[in-house]
Design a protein around this ligand. Structure first.
Ligand SMILES: C[S@@+](CC[C@H](N)C(=O)[O-])C[C@H]1O[C@@H](n2cnc3c(N)ncnc32)[C@H](O)[C@@H]1O
Length: 199
């Protein structure tokens, strides 16, 4: 019987937190790297496999939006010529920088993606578990579009594990509103990865 109450309590907690974050999106607090880097997540969200799905070419400049603790940064860096690593939280950025000090082709940018001032610099832009944390996701994607080179693509990936999770259809709707069209999809409801290009 206590187990039933525990499970019910967890379900109710999940529903409440998800509704609250949907109504009031906010960035994950600093210090939650343990959640981003838990071994289970690394299994279903293998960084190398995820980076492969981004379809990066060795000559590419890549922009990683919302690097967090840097779980994917090294794998992305290993596939491109130049990597711009961005996050709104300078302490996450510092954490990622400390893990990648041996890599010479990385650049770090502490800025809100909605205030990004990059124009035509990136062949590939990657947003992993970031977009629903942003109050203005369409504005964020519009800024990404400005940073994208002609012919480039934007990768957006979400997972059900994150409390801010939105469906692939919701991501499509935000992308369309920002002037993007879907050009590829991988995964399932648990973890999906969509690729978009300029309309
Ligand atoms: C859930 S974490 C994901 C981190 C990493 N991409 C991963 O999947 O492990 C979301 C990250 O997006 C960053 N973020 C949230 N809002 C942002 C914004 N407006 N501009 C840039 N980064 C933002 C947060 O600081 C956090 O590091």
């Amino acid at each position: 019987m206590p187990l039933v109450f525990l499970v019910l309590g967890l379900i109710v907690f999940q529903i409440v937190i998800r509704v609250w974050l949907r109504l009031s999106p906010q960035a994950i607090p600093f210090g939650w790297s343990w959640l981003l880097e838990n071994p289970w997540r690394k299994q279903y969200r293998n960084p190398k496999r995820t980076a492969d799905q981004c379809l990066i070419k060795p000559s590419d400049t890549v922009l990683e939006i919302g690097c967090g603790s840097g779980l994917f940064t090294r794998a992305l860096a290993g596939r491109c010529k130049h990597l711009i690593v961005q996050d709104i939280e300078p302490r996450y950025l510092a954490q990622t920088r400390s893990k990648t000090e041996d890599l010479p082709h990385l650049e770090f940018l502490a800025v809100d993606v909605c205030e990004l001032e990059l124009y035509g610099v990136a062949d590939v832009i990657v947003l992993i578990s970031v977009l629903p944390e942003i109050r203005m996701p369409v504005k964020a994607l519009e800024q990404c579009l400005k940073a994208l080179k002609p012919g480039g693509h934007i990768v957006i990936s979400q997972e059900l594990f994150e409390p801010e999770y939105v469906t692939s259809q919701q991501t499509d709707a935000w992308a369309k509103a920002a002037g993007l069209k879907a050009i590829g999809r991988e995964g399932n409801t648990w973890v999906y990865l969509n690729r978009y290009a300029r309309f």
